[in-house]
Design a protein around this ligand. Sequence first.
Ligand SMILES: CC(C)(COP(=O)(O)OP(=O)(O)OC[C@H]1O[C@@H](n2cnc3c(N)ncnc32)[C@H](O)[C@@H]1OP(=O)(O)O)[C@@H](O)C(=O)NCCC(=O)NCCS
Length: 189
Amino acid sequence: MSDESEVIAQAAGVNVRLATVDDLDGIMAIERAVFEREAWSAEAMRRDMLDANCYYLVGELVATDQIVGYAGLLCGAGSGEGDIQTIAVTPTVRSRGLGRVMMADLIAEAGRRGATRLFLEVRADNPVAIGLYRALGFHEVGVREGYYQPDNVDAVVMKLEPVPGGPATRSLGPIGSEAIGEWPKDGAC
Ligand SMILES: CC(C)(COP(=O)(O)OP(=O)(O)OC[C@H]1O[C@@H](n2cnc3c(N)ncnc32)[C@H](O)[C@@H]1OP(=O)(O)O)[C@@H](O)C(=O)NCCC(=O)NCCS
C-alpha cells in the first residue's frame, strides 16, 4: 500500500503527494474559489477520492504544508481507459509547473493501471488548460455544445492515445517509444 505522505513529484516550492480525506477541506477551499458555481460538493469530492478506481493528488507548499493544488484521475484497472476528473491550482501558485507535474503523474498512473486511452473535458473558453493538455499530448476529439450551464459554454473533449507507460507502449524498446513520441518533445515532467 502506498504511503500517502511520500513525495511523488515537486514543482517550485511545492511537494506533490497522494491525497487523503484529511485533505478534503483544503481541496474544497480551492474548488469553491476556482470553480464557483460549477464547484463539486464536498460529498461528491469525498466519494470520488475514496473510490478505488480513482487516484487523487495534492500539491502542498514545502514551507507551510498549505494545500495549493489537487488533481484526480478515474481509471479502473482493466477498463483500458481513464478520465481526468479534475485539476486546479490556487491562483497565487500558478505558472510554477505544478499543474504540469500533477497531470504528468496522473498520466503515468493511468499507464500503470493499463489504460491505452485517456479522456478529459475542458471549457472551450479555457486556453490555459487547453494549452497544458496539448503540451502533454492530448488532442481535441469532439465538442459538447452548451455542456457547462448556466454559462452555456461548450466542452472540448480531448484524448491522449496511446497513454505513455500503458500497454500499447510497454512492449516497445527505447527506439520504438521515441518513434511514437512517448513524451512530448517540449519536455513534460
Ligand atoms: C490549468 C491549471 C491547473 C494549470 O496549472 P499551473 O500550475 O498554472 O500550470 P503550469 O505552471 O504547470 O503550466 C503548464 C502549462 O499551462 C499553460 N499555462 C500556464 N500558465 C499559463 C498562462 N498564464 N497563460 C498561458 N498558458 C499558461 C502552459 O501551456 C504551461 O506550459 P509551459 O510551462 O510549458 O509554458 C491552472 O491554471 C488552474 O488551476 N486553472 C483553473 C482551474 C482549471 O481551469 N482547471 C482545468 C479544468 S479542465
